[in-house]
Design a protein. Structure first.
Lengths: 101, 225, 352
């Protein structure tokens, strides 16, 4: 039996849910960031699946743009993380719950 | 055959994703995330999108995760400690909410009727050329030129932002000057001088060094009451 | 799964085994050749005792590596420590499948046509770049998991160098993609045939070739860019704590990487398996043409390997800040300039 579109969408939903769970559970800010990337990739999978099944190149183009935006976000996000680490000496988001250093 | 490949790569993706969430050491989370990216690239190949698969490996697994692993190594991040004072119920709540989300998605997938295009399998992909580089390239440069240009400006903004955040010219507000006469590198005092310039400034006293660095006045330990 | 698919898979497995064996043999003898040629450059003989003229030296080395004691540092993270050489070797070997070793040829007295590319698909060049990017992880994880500050420094420096020069590598290849109009390596080689060698892309994109060679030397951590693993610098860098078979895997991965970038240079710039006058003498599609083309491919690769060994014996090594300065501030702008020049040439003379 051939893989159906619904299989790909189900896989993407499961990956997205795992990403959301990770963002809620994790206390290390780099691990949270990685779960956000997992969510972005799940959405990428949805786009590519739809683009293949509907024969439209727009989906894959959008994935291209999403990847670029994710790369930009990774660079700036990790810069912010390093700046937070320099000032607070810890990467625990529960410790960083108030704005005062 | 294709279904077997899909199950294999989907299993790998879900396994590695669970490992990302469940691992306490962030380096192992990063390695599992690389596994997720590579299995997703293989899934893109089964969807006849080879260009996106290759770009996924180059950009995500080869560049973004290298950056993340670099940061983990440089900051020397330890494992997550196990105490959780305030939010003991966080894990059950998270799993409950995840269960609700999956139930919603399952409901949609079961009840929504598919059109003939989506109900078929992947056999029609033998004749398409949607995933080839040529079609993506021609669409990118003709119909979607504006998003392309805006994305390049976005990348420029990201470069400038990352460089500004990583500049080491600023001292943290907790910095204090050690007692004694100081010899300071010129790049610490004068921000217009680059880091390769190895000239130095000799100061005669701690107060002069503190004044040159712009650091708050030193509180001498012996004068504290 | 019908029998045709099963037969295809079996043929591919046989082809992969043959290709890997040939590559590993060539790489083993490259190690020996390096030691001999370095010896001649430095005014001494290399190893020449084992076997006639030293030709069995690689097997002696292999025996030594297998029989050595396997030391594992005490407080290293075990999983990552064992994973790192595996990643390095896998990434080095996986690029082998997309190169066209020769044209399609017909086995004599039969009707079987054998293509000499193991896997031919649309985005081979991007696949090679992607696998090279993943190969950085082997070195980074090796440096980290050894629990040794010299290894960590060596690993971080090596990976920073590799990701910096990957950019210049990719940009210099864009000129070739512009000239060929395709990312498929087999098709790039086909486009360089005809005109008896005057259509090789090195003549149309020479600046890109020079930039590619420099970036490739930096990618494979060879002299003059081998600061992260030099013996006098950081106690052998990221593979300090590896012994016996795991060190052999890193060593092998470095030489296979050298082989791979030489193969890529040959395929993209020197016309792959195109030998200048072979078409007229033998005719396309015959067995002798295929053989001569494959041998020509091999000779071009050996020329590049000799160039690498020659550079190792001749040049001093860069300091790390000089290296990064060179990669970002000199090589990257020149790579961009090469794209402009080639694009202008294509625009003005669309005769290809």
């Amino acid at each position: 039996m051939e893989p159906q579109l619904s299989w790909y969408l189900a896989l993407s939903a499961v990956l997205f849910t795992i990403g959301v769970t990770g963002v809620i559970i994790k206390r290390n800010v780099i691990a949270m960031f990685m779960c956000i990337e997992l969510m972005l990739n799940a959405v990428n999978l949805t786009f590519v699946a739809f683009s293949s099944f509907f024969n439209d190149v727009t989906g894959q183009l959008f994935v291209f743009i999403v990847m670029t935006v994710a790369a930009a976000e990774a660079a700036v996000g990790l810069g912010i993380i390093i700046a937070i680490f320099r000032n607070r000496e810890t990467l625990d988001v529960d410790e960083a719950s108030i704005l005062k250093l | 055959m294709l279904a077997l490949l899909f199950l294999l790569f989907a299993g790998m993706a879900i396994g590695c994703a669970l490992a990302v969430v469940a691992q306490r050491n962030p380096l192992y989370s990063a390695i599992s995330l690389i596994g997720v990216f590579i299995s997703l690239a293989c899934l893109y190949v089964t969807l006849a999108a080879p260009f996106i698969a290759a770009v996924q490996v180059i950009v995500y697994a080869g560049a973004i995760m290298v950056l993340v692993v670099f940061v983990i190594m440089l900051l020397n991040v330890e494992e997550e400690a196990h105490q959780r004072q305030r939010l003991k119920f966080l894990l059950p709540v998270a799993i409950g909410l995840a269960g609700i989300l999956i139930a919603e998605v399952a409901f949609i997938l079961v009840t929504v009727q598919g059109t003939p295009a989506t109900s078929g399998g992947l056999t029609h992909l033998d004749e398409t050329n949607v995933g080839l580089t040529q079609s993506i390239g021609s669409a990118l440069f003709t119909q979607y030129l504006l998003p392309f240009e805006i994305t390049s400006i976005l990348l420029l903004m990201a470069i400038v932002g990352a460089m500004t955040l990583a500049r080491r010219g600023m001292l943290s507000p907790n910095a204090r000057v050690v007692p004694g006469a100081q010899v300071l590198p010129l790049s610490m005092v004068d921000p217009t001088v680059g880091h390769e310039d190895t000239r130095a400034i000799e100061t005669d006293s701690t107060d002069e060094a503190a004044r040159l660095l712009g650091v708050a006045e030193l509180r001498d330990q012996s004068k504290r009451e | 799964m019908d029998s045709q698919t099963a037969l295809d898979i079996l043929l591919k497995l046989v082809a992969i085994t043959v290709a890997f064996t040939v590559v590993l043999l060539i790489v083993a003898y490259t190690v020996l050749a390096e030691r001999r040629i370095l010896g001649f450059i430095q005014g001494r003989l290399g190893p020449n005792r084992v076997g006639p003229g030293g030709l069995l030296q690689p097997f002696a080395d292999l025996l030594k590596f297998i029989l050595k004691e396997d030391i594992v540092p005490d407080k290293s993270t075990r999983f990552v420590y064992f994973l790192a050489p595996v990643i390095a070797t896998m990434a080095a070997l996986m690029t082998m499948i997309v190169y066209p070793f020769g044209p399609e040829f017909q086995v004599p007295f039969t009707n079987i046509v054998i293509p000499l590319t193991i896997a031919r698909f649309d985005v081979s060049l991007l696949y090679v770049l992607g696998i090279t990017s993943v190969g950085v992880y082997g070195i980074m994880l090796a440096g980290w998991s050894s629990n040794n500050k010299y290894s960590l420094m060596g690993g971080l420096r090596a990976s920073a160098q590799m990701i910096s020069y990957e950019l210049a590598l990719g940009l210099s290849l864009i000129g070739v993609i512009l000239l060929a109009g395709t990312l498929d390596l087999a098709q790039i080689v086909e486009m360089q045939s005809g005109w008896h060698g005057a259509r090789w892309f090195i003549f149309f994109h020479p600046l890109g070739f020079i930039i590619y060679m420099i970036a490739a030397i930096a990618e494979t951590n060879r002299v003059p860019f081998d600061l992260p693993e030099a013996e006098t610098e950081l106690v052998a860098g990221f593979h300090t704590e590896y012994s016996a078979m795991k060190f052999a895997l890193f060593f092998l991965a470095e030489y296979i990487n050298m082989f791979t970038v030489s193969m890529l240079a040959t395929t993209l710039f020197l016309g792959g398996w195109n030998v200048p006058f072979a078409e007229d003498i033998f005719g396309r599609g015959t067995f002798l043409f295929g053989l001569v083309s494959a041998l020509g491919f091999l000779l071009k690769i050996i020329f590049f390997l000799f160039l690498y060994i020659w550079l190792r014996g001749t040049l001093p090594r860069f300091r790390f800040d000089q290296l990064m300065n060179f990669g970002w501030r000199i090589l990257l702008p020149f790579a961009l300039l090469s794209i402009f020049i080639t694009a202008t040439l294509i625009f003005l003379f669309p005769n290809l």
